[in-house]
Design a protein around this ligand. Structure first.
Ligand code: A2P
Length: 337
């Protein structure tokens, strides 16, 4: 008989939590008991798990004893308070927030890039990277292994689902308002998101960058295990519901041709190359990424402004590979040990 596990999803009513449940069901994760947890606001509500409807329980009064795997996606504050309690009760916590990502004794793992790191988890916690870092590194790791990346210059085009359910509703509401000649009032974002682009994600820091931009710097170095990699990021929010896109420009130690990069990427796990060099022959969030698992890479070309430069366009569903899918892949690594 296959071994089964007691699993908890914390933040089960959120955009990522719902996708975690969908992913667990789709990949037939061997579940014995599944606990769906959120705040007391939604306790008693139902969420879908495959053909079943599960009742949401209040995290604050839930007893974690017996939980073996806990997937957290309810924000950093919730993770800081509850993840250590679940770990102390014997669960392996896979945390989608940024609460523990930079702690030396918490591994930060992309399933296709540094899976072995997931085994070293003295605190019983494994951190799931930020969605933008996740998709970028699935695409860049094979190139880094072959040619050594010295510098990454990236501009992101991030969908609103990364901000959560309220942001999805805000884009819908503002779009409807604009189309009926009404005022689009911003609530979640500081300025109107419908029919606009916003060069800001997270909080502003002393150095002029934002926290979302610095995550790309810190997380890239930790996951690739190379503190010397230079990363310059501009994070932009765009009026797209699902799927982040990234214009990625890299400089490598050894020259790598576009053809060789395409070859490496075509063979890389989790990557799908879509590089037709014809109108529509490239991935976009709507045509390729939304609701799908792979990281799509197109527009692969040698940088005409640098002898060892390469440009790529990387698109993925930020809720799936960027969050829920990787979390479930990490859970699969843990139960496979
Ligand atoms: P709730 O629906 O009860 O507010 P999103 O990022 O899509 O907005 O989702 C956030 C998720 O985190 C939701 O499931 C939300 O549950 C959950 N959450 C937020 N705050 C808490 C809390 N204090 N305790 C437990 N779950 C929380």
């Amino acid at each position: 008989m296959t071994q089964t596990f007691n699993v908890a999803v914390v933040g089960a009513t959120g955009a990522v939590g719902e996708a975690m449940l969908r992913t667990l069901a789709e990949r037939r994760f061997p579940i014995r008991e599944l606990y769906v947890l959120a705040s007391e606001r939604s306790a008693g509500e139902k969420v879908d798990f495959g053909a079943r409807r599960l009742t949401v329980q209040d995290l604050a009064t839930f007893d974690p004893a017996g939980v073996q795997i806990a997937l957290f996606s309810a924000g950093g504050g919730v993770s800081k308070e509850y993840a250590p309690k679940f770990a102390a009760a014997g669960a392996v916590v896979i945390d989608n927030s940024s609460a523990f990502r930079y702690d030396g004794d918490v591994p930060l793992v992309v399933a296709e890039v540094n899976p072995a790191a997931a085994r070293q988890r003295p605190r019983g916690i494994i951190a799931n990277p930020n969605c933008s870092t996740m998709q970028m590194l699935v695409a860049l790791a094979p190139i880094h292994r072959e040619a050594g990346i010295e510098r990454i210059n990236v501009a992101t085009y991030q969908s609103v689902s990364g901000t959560g359910k309220r942001a999805l509703e805000e884009l819908g509401r503002q779009t409807a308002a604009m189309l009926s000649f009404q005022e689009a009032k911003p609530e979640v974002y500081p300025v109107q998101i419908a029919f606009n682009v916003i060069p800001h994600g997270g909080d502003f820091l002393e150095n002029g960058y934002t926290t979302e931009e610095m995550k790309l710097v810190w997380e890239t170095r930790k996951i690739l295990g190379d503190e010397s990699i230079q990363v310059n990021a501009t994070v932009v929010r765009v009026p797209v519901f699902y799927g982040h896109s990234e214009a990625v420009h890299i400089e490598t130690r050894e020259k790598i041709t576009a053809e060789r990069a395409r070859e490496l990427l075509a063979a890389a796990p989790g990557v799908e190359v879509v590089d037709g060099r014809v109108p529509g022959g490239y991935p976009t969030p709507v045509t390729h990424a939304s609701g799908r698992d792979p990281v799509f890479v197109g527009r692969i070309r040698e940088d005409i402004s640098h002898p060892r430069g390469l440009a790529l366009w990387v698109v993925a569903d930020n809720i799936r590979k960027g969050a829920a899918l990787n979390a479930v892949q990490l859970a699969e690594l843990v139960i496979g040990e």
